[in-house]
Design a protein around this ligand. Structure first.
Ligand code: NAD
Length: 464
């Protein structure tokens, strides 16, 4: 029998689940949150976004100290790497932030259950504790927010030491002499950049004839050139079919090419929804062909009062998308209304320079037959970018040819991930490119490049 009752139980304490729990508590619901890890925050905080950004910052500092400070007139002695301290810093940051989430749960009186959650018949959630004991909680509504795990590649024999996924590659205690990255998506490029800056030779093998599928093609091509100049070697059109570690070395085999020897392999070929042990079948929920939980526009699954959000459902696997869905799902439960604007979800790759996009790409607009005008502006013509010493890349704004409504913005350049927020707000507000162009932007800022790109839609950029 159920021991306690909640209006809502969320299974999964990542950025989808814990945000849903907070929003539900704000709306007056009595909320339980089930998480199998000892810490909250899911993949994002524990083994994803946050630790990778910590290492990206640290490795950037190291590379800057070695290669860039002298240009600023800053003389250092011999710069040495203390990888142990770098990893410790990363772990402290993760510890601080996951504890912060636990404090938020306490603040909002969300009851946290540590254990593996599963659907246990109508109105019930089972929680299996680490000691094997199972407790049942009564729940009027259940949200499944169990996230995703790295996709495996058949033929690639992961050993968790040299042939790894991002989870292990975030914690290597030695710099690989030669790292082969399989997959030129966000994970491959971010972690490839980290280890390249720390001194590894890095080769990226990508099945497609381009990097960063899903991002605007022109911006992706420019990104590839910039990263190649930093020393990342790209081999496109290569389908990896096998990789293994043997005798302190690794071998990677791609179709139609001779085997490649290296010291370490990072497999970054996408992620897949994690639903094992959730009891979907018994609840009458059949995952789709990609393992995702089918939902309707209000995040309802096929089982009564069972909802799903984040990486286990359709759409991009991004922390902030999951959080937005968590809020919308809970608002739909509590008020009958809740929505996510999927056209205004930015996506960012945290290389240096960063790559960011929101809305439609040029390719998507062409495929849909939408008439558009395009304005672009290079950071080469931005004063702040010169002061920063980062003049590579550009901003591109796409606007409807007749209404001038902003349909997309794509950036490769310094702090692109921060700049894209303004374009996302413009899309959310239904702004025109003229709205962006007439908005006063402070000088000297990188954000002026976005204004200039918006001006360029109407052929009236000032500084090019
Ligand atoms: P991805 O899907 O973005 O990229 C995987 C790449 O691997 C693709 O380009 C694909 O063509 C390639 N590939 C697949 N099979 C291959 C093979 N056999 N040989 C060679 N190449 C092959 O996946 P990812 O980079 O692993 O990221 C996983 C998910 O996590 C994505 O949804 C991503 O958006 C998300 N993520 C986002 C961020 C961010 O927003 N900064 C960071 C990390 C992860």
């Amino acid at each position: 029998m159920a021991e306690r009752g909640h209006d809502l139980v969320v299974i999964g304490g990542g950025p989808g689940g814990y945000v849903a729990a907070i929003r539900a508590a704000q709306l007056g619901l009595n909320v339980g949150l089930v998480e199998k890890r000892q810490t909250l925050g899911g993949t994002c905080l524990n083994i994803g976004c946050i630790p990778s950004k910590a290492l990206l910052e640290s490795s950037h500092c190291y590379a800057a100290a070695r290669e860039e400070l002298a240009v600023h007139g800053v003389r250092t002695g011999r710069v040495r790497l203390d990888l142990e301290a770098m990893q410790r810093r990363k772990e402290e940051i993760v510890g601080r932030i996951t504890q912060g989430v636990a404090a938020l749960m306490w603040k909002w009186k969300v009851k946290v259950y540590t254990g593996e959650g599963r659907l246990a018949g109508a109105g019930g959630v089972g929680v299996r504790r680490e000691n094997g004991k199972e407790e049942e909680i009564a729940a009027t509504h259940v949200i499944l927010a169990t996230g995703s795990v790295p996709a495996l590649l058949p033929g690639v024999e992961q050993d968790g030491e040299r042939v790894c996924t991002s989870t292990e590659a975030l914690s290597w205690r030695e710099v690989p002499s030669h790292l082969v990255v399989i997959g030129a998506g966000a994970i491959g490029l971010e972690l490839g950049s980290v280890w390249r800056r720390l001194g590894a030779e890095v080769t990226v093998l990508e099945f497609l004839d381009r990097i960063l599928p899903g991002m605007d093609a022109e911006i992706a091509a420019e990104t590839q050139k910039i990263l190649a100049a930093q020393g990342l070697a790209f081999r496109l059109g290569q389908r990896v079919k096998a990789a293994r570690a043997a005798g302190g070395q690794c071998v990677v085999e791609a179709e139609g090419d001779k085997p490649l020897e290296c010291s370490h392999v990072l497999v970054a070929v996408g992620r897949k929804p994690f639903t094992a042990g959730l009891g979907l079948e018994a609840a009458g929920i059949e995952p789709d062909e990609r393992g995702r939980i089918p939902i309707d526009e209000r995040f309802r699954s096929r089982a009564a009062n069972v909802f799903a959000i984040g990486d286990v459902v359709r759409g991009p696997m991004l922390a902030h998308k999951a959080s937005e869905e968590g809020v919308a799902c809970v608002e739909a439960i509590a008020t009958g209304h809740g929505r996510v604007n999927y056209d205004a979800i930015p996506s960012i790759v945290y290389t240096w320079p960063e790559v960011a996009g929101v809305g439609k790409t040029e390719e998507e607009l062409r495929a849909a037959g939408v008439p558009f005008r395009k304005g672009a502006f290079p950071f080469l013509a931005n004063g702040r970018a010169h002061a920063l010493g980062s003049i590579e890349g550009r901003v591109k704004v796409l606007a409807h040819a007749e209404t001038d409504r902003v349909l997309g913005a794509h950036i490769v350049g310094p702090h692109a991930g921060e700049l894209i927020a303004e374009a996302a707000a413009a899309i959310e507000f239904g702004a025109s490119s003229e709205d962006l162009a007439r908005t006063c932007h402070a000088h000297p800022t990188l954000a002026e490049a976005l204004k200039e790109a918006a001006l360029a839609v109407d052929r009236r950029a000032v500084h090019v």
